[in-house]
Design a protein around this ligand. Structure first.
Ligand code: KMH
Ligand code: ZN
Length: 311
């Protein structure tokens, strides 16, 4: 069974590109809102901030200039590990998805380990009042547009960010097969341990949010990577806290944030990212496990440190 990490790393995905403004007034949108949400989450105990950018009306943004309005102001206020998404949104080109990470050479970047359907058109069935014209076609479009992460794209990211810039990865695995894809790149010498494996559950098109799936993912990761990996997990939507709790209970790390779930309890919207961090922090402490600082996370994940980030 997976070894128990000495401390639990809390990652917070503060805004993402899946949820839309009409679902919650609390979703951070503008760079200023994303900065505030990130600083609050870090102050509440999150060692890592997983970042996407948005325009002030909430449209997913990729321009390096948008990340320039977010990353330096966060790091001026708190010490935290910045993890820039290379998933962006499934409607961006690969160059667009890489614009923020190539500009900053962050300590961490997400890397999506397979092409898949990534469907959240169901959001449109729940929203009655749209705040912006872009939102409804955007979410409905996911019914017909897959999320492309072909092997040549994965290899390109590993070389551009990993080999050239010393960035390490949050390997996002939405199915058991994605672990075998990671093993392929490890065999090719393109990824070095310790691997941060982020199990993603409950995305329509990926593996479902059944707890047996989380156990199975850990079992296969053990077989493929032995002691060479750090496990983290999250589930999208209402299963978020249960999956974070399960991962921590198994000895792994956790991810929370409004990118993955807008909720803090049944029928109750989370009013901030920090509220979710505080909630999972309490659970982890109740399990008797210590919370990792950013420096703990750097050590456990073999990160290059803030000095290696291009600010
Ligand atoms: N929104 C998550 C389900 C990425 O940014 O690379 C997936 C995600 C992708 O975090
Ligand atoms: Zn993301």
């Amino acid at each position: 069974m997976m070894h128990t990490a000495e401390k639990v790393i809390i990652s917070t995905a503060v805004t993402g590109s899946v949820n839309v403004p009409s679902q919650s007034d609390y979703l951070p949108l503008s760079p200023e809102e994303v900065v505030r949400a990130s600083v609050e989450a870090a102050a509440a105990g999150s060692a890592i901030i997983h970042l996407h950018a948005r325009h002030p009306d909430g449209r997913p943004a990729f321009e390096a200039g948008m990340f320039e309005q977010i990353i330096p102001p966060i790091l001026e206020q708190v010490d935290v590990v910045i993890n820039i998404s290379t998933g962006g949104s499934s409607q961006m080109t690969m160059d667009e998805r890489l614009a923020g990470a190539t500009r900053f050479s962050p300590e961490l970047a997400s890397l999506n380990m397979g092409s898949m359907n990534f469907v959240y058109s169901g959001i449109a069935d729940k929203v009655t009042n749209w705040k912006h014209d872009w939102e409804e076609p955007y979410v409905r479009g996911t019914y017909s547009h897959p999320f492309i992460n072909s092997f040549d794209r994965i290899e390109y990211v590993l070389r551009e960010l990993g080999e050239k810039r010393g960035t390490r990865f949050e390997f996002e695995c939405y199915d058991i097969g994605h672990l075998y894809s990671l093993a392929y790149f490890v065999d090719k010498g393109l990824a070095e341990p310790p691997f941060m494996i982020q199990g993603v559950f409950g995305i329509l098109g990926g593996i479902g949010a059944d707890h047996a799936n989380l156990e199975h993912m850990v079992r296969i990761a053990d077989k493929l990577f032995g002691d060479d990996y750090q496990f983290s997990a999250f589930a999208a939507g209402r299963d978020q806290m249960q999956f974070a709790t399960h991962s921590a209970w198994l000895g792994g790390h956790v991810r929370v944030g409004l990118e993955d779930s807008l909720w803090i309890g049944k029928g109750r919207l989370a009013e901030s990212n920090a509220q979710q961090v505080e909630k999972i922090r309490g659970v982890i402490e109740d399990l008797g496990r210590p919370i990792a600082t950013p420096d703990d996370a750097r050590r456990m994940l073999g990160l290059k440190g803030l000095a290696g980030v291009t600010l």
